[in-house]
Write a protein that binds this ligand. Structure first.
Ligand code: UD1
Length: 341
């Protein structure tokens, strides 16, 4: 029997791609997702890729008894916890909702894991914990800066809570600090599904190229970077998804019953917004109307990952190029646009 892994938020962008990666690696994923920021159609996309239906509980994961029941019924051996709110701006308007949802569900989840003896936890953290770093690239030892948003603070506090629990109780956990996930599954059956106007760069680019938005605004052209726009580390979402499988196996193989570590997940390369725009136009052979606008409040100037620790310890490396990520994102957008007409 394939070992069962609970994926909270498994219908979301990174969650759905990780479900596919888990299945490809011989695991049985089980999804819990309340669909508050995801669509039921994602499950059909996953089914098309895998050829079978992945069990899904359409529930809020912040339910202790429900989690215990799922752990027992499916003999869950590990949890990948994606379920969380993730809009930086909204988090400043609704701090309590963010602390309640992002930290409340984490505490409930770990409580239920300890009660049922589920040994392995993978947590979605973020490069936002590094804030505006003085000297990119950042390693896992780079000092954590005070969080610039409530969202970022939920990730910092989440990491600390997990570290403290692992020091006291039989739990092996890993926090994965994501840089900027982009792209889609190459089948174009699943991808990013932002609601309303996208906050993130690549969905905004693909929607603009598809004619759904009139132009992209580049947030700031006067930063102290070579071309004046911000620099980020963009990573193909399938590379990111596969890292979760590596992290899970790594945690599971730790001989001690208590373990905690953090890993950066990026490509190791920084690209400016302008570079990304031009790479999209070239790779996807589609013009992209854009203008340089004012800076966006709270944006980091430049950050990219040092991935030596992930590569050495998790035995994981990225396999896909940024061009491939943009092509996959574009194929996914064309499919979505086709469906809309
Ligand atoms: C940020 C966080 C990330 C968090 C994510 C949640 C950092 C370094 N990263 O990502 O941890 O998970 O929010 O959403 O804090 N841009 C434009 N025009 C647009 C959209 C974006 O120019 O219309 C630029 C931004 O200024 C930025 C880059 O594109 O320089 C990427 O932006 P985005 O995709 O929103 O991700 P981050 O802000 O890097």
């Amino acid at each position: 029997m394939n070992p069962s892994i609970l994926v909270t938020g498994g219908a979301g962008f990174i969650g759905s791609h990780t479900v596919v990666a888990l299945a490809a690696a011989g695991y049985q994923p089980i999804i819990v997702d309340d669909f508050s920021n995801s669509e039921a159609s994602v499950l059909a996309g996953i089914e098309k890729i895998l050829g079978y239906q992945v069990p899904c509980y359409a529930e809020d994961c912040n339910q202790y008894q429900l989690l215990r029941k799922i752990f027992r019924e499916h003999q869950i051996v590990g949890v990948i916890h994606f379920a969380a709110y993730k809009a930086v701006g909204e988090s400043m308007q609704e701090p309590l909702a963010y602390y309640q949802n992002n930290l409340g569900s984490l505490i409930t989840l770990m409580d239920a894991m300890l009660a049922e003896g589920v040994p392995n936890l993978i947590f979605s953290s973020s490069c936002t914990v590094y804030g505006n770093p003085d000297h990119p690239p950042v390693t896992e030892e780079t000092p954590i800066k005070p969080a610039a948003s409530v969202y970022g603070n939920t990730k910092q506090i989440g990491e600390e809570i997990i570290r403290d629990v692992c020091a006291a109780k039989p739990l092996k956990a890993i926090s994965l600090r994501y840089f900027n996930p982009v792209g889609a599954h190459p089948s174009a059956e699943i991808g990013e599904l932002p609601r309303g106007i996208p906050n993130n760069l690549v969905p905004f680019i693909t929607q603009t190229a598809a004619g759904l938005r009139s132009e992209l605004t580049i947030f700031g052209g006067d930063y102290p970077t070579p071309d004046g726009s911000c620099i980020r580390d963009y990573i193909h979402v399938m590379d990111l998804a596969e890292a979760h499988v590596s992290a899970l196996q790594f945690a599971d193989h730790q001989p001690s019953t208590q373990y905690y570590n953090t890993f950066n997940l990026g490509s190791g390369n920084g690209h400016s917004v302008l570079e990304l725009v031009h790479l999209f136009e070239k790779t996807c052979k589609t013009p992209l109307p854009y203008r340089i606008g004012p800076r966006r409040e709270g944006d980091v100037v430049a950050v990219w990952a040092d991935v030596q620790k992930s590569s050495a310890m998790l035995k994981w490396n990225t396999k896909r190029s940024l061009e491939q990520a943009l092509e996959d994102a574009w194929r996914w957008q064309l499919k979505l646009s086709g469906n809309q007409t």
